[in-house]
Ligand binder design. Structure first.
Ligand code: COA
Length: 389
């Protein structure tokens, strides 16, 4: 039985900053951000969007009533969760009207956890072939104003349905994974912004990729020529490019050219949305499958998932016949095109305009947020959401 991604969608908030504007404001050359880091636009989340509403917005674009009945497991991957105890997926279950007889949990391991969700979903479908699993990766990346990590912020969510006989991509059974305790990136419970040892995080990521790709090749006997594309977790697109360049250094020209060209297509959405942590690898997958002119059914794609701390996994998927008919390319293009560019001053004001912490009740003005699902505030310590479209 084939199991894999049956549907996939994403959502980004309606505002962004041009990274070249941010560079000017920070006194660095724009090329450092656009070429050296590889980011063109950075999504900015208004106060009325959090990990829950972003995920609801991503999922509602792909789910039919039939899916909502068939889904009996919601796995919400995030590192910007809204509650230490209650899973964000319980809100999603309600907002989207999923079958009551469903499990709903939240999983965490930095940017890796949506992959944990995908692999857990595969096991669940193997045991329950007629069910479907909704996996969400949703985050708002915040390093802080005027920090080295600021340029690698972003916000957004990816949602995908895992099912048997998938219509987009079948996940192959073999994968390799590894864990190693490391303090390359973390966010203690008391901090709203992430701590990062930036250069160390890049080394750790590249070492994980090298090790896992080699292990995968030893385990399967597959070579670079067997991959149409290699996709990466992309906190910023240059990070994946560095890992890929090292991997293709000794490859033949055809493999090097194909993998570098396809990487270019796969980084597009990430370069104009920014870092969405858990959803980032899957946003890159979407970028490739929605924008490639050469991708065909039967093509194998390698995916490298990495979560600081650190856990990594390399696994593969094979495109399914007719996958092009089950994508939401036009919806995503329109959403990205309709976003509004804001100034650095406005971005800084939004960054500092945080929802109150620890206040019993408060309301958030959602009138300027065009998103269907919004976070409207807190009532008696309980978060409130609204479907406004
Ligand atoms: N034109 C083109 N490239 C330029 C440039 C210019 N004018 N000026 C600088 N660059 C390049 C540098 O050469 C460097 O390239 P390289 O990485 O290939 O060597 C790149 O821009 C970044 O410059 P650097 O000075 O190393 O940047 P930095 O000290 O500001 O830090 C990060 C960059 C990525 C380390 C920092 O943004 C960070 O910590 N981000 C978070 C990392 C992260 O997300 N980790 C989580 C991991 S999963």
């Amino acid at each position: 039985m084939k199991i894999g991604i049956d549907k996939i969608g994403f959502f980004a908030p309606h505002m962004y900053v041009e990274t070249s504007d941010l560079a000017v404001a920070r006194g660095v050359e724009p090329e450092k951000f656009t070429i050296g880091i590889g980011q063109e636009r950075m999504a900015v989340a208004p106060k009325s969007q959090d990990a829950v509403s972003l995920a609801a917005n991503a999922a509602q674009t792909i789910l039919t009533d039939e899916d909502k009945q068939a889904i009996d497991y919601i796995i919400f991957a995030t590192e910007t969760g809204v509650d230490h105890s209650k899973a964000a997926s319980t809100y999603i279950h309600d907002l989207l009207g999923i079958n009551p007889y469903a499990r709903a949990v939240e999983v965490k391991q930095a940017c890796y956890s949506a992959t944990a969700g995908l692999q857990t979903a595969r096991g669940h479908i193997a045991l329950n072939p007629d069910s479907k699993v909704l996996v969400l990766g949703s985050d708002i990346s915040r390093y802080g104003l005027n920090t080295a990590g600021e340029i690698t912020q972003g916000a957004g969510a990816v949602a995908f349905v895992v099912a048997k006989d998938p219509r987009v991509m079948a996940i192959e059974p073999t994968s390799v994974y590894k864990t190693e305790e490391a303090m390359d990136f973390w966010r203690p419970l008391y901090s709203e912004t992430a701590f990062v040892q930036g250069k160390f995080s890049v080394d750790q990521y590249i070492n994980f990729f090298d090790d896992l790709l080699q292990r995968y090749q030893e385990k399967t006997g597959l070579h670079l020529s067997d991959f149409h594309a290699l996709l990466f977790h992309l906190p910023y697109t240059k990070m994946g490019l560095k890992a890929l360049r090292a991997a293709v250094e000794d490859a033949n020209e055809a493999d090097r050219e194909r993998l570098l060209n396809n990487f270019n297509i796969s980084k597009h959405y990430n370069a104009i949305v920014g870092n969405i942590y858990t959803g980032s690898l899957y946003l890159s997958l979407l970028s490739l499958i929605e924008n490639s002119q050469t991708l065909q059914a039967g093509d194998r794609i390698g995916l490298f998932s990495y979560g600081s701390g650190s856990v990594g996994e390399f696994f593969t998927g094979v495109m399914v016949t007719g996958f092009q008919d089950h994508l939401n390319t036009a919806t995503h293009e329109t959403m990205l095109k309709n976003r509004q560019a804001i100034s650095v001053a406005d971005y800084e004001a939004i960054f500092n305009d945080k929802a109150p912490v620890g206040q019993v009740s408060f309301e958030i003005d959602t009138t300027t947020d065009p998103a269907p699902f919004v976070f409207t505030g807190v009532k008696d310590h309980m978060r409130q959401y609204k479907h406004q479209a």
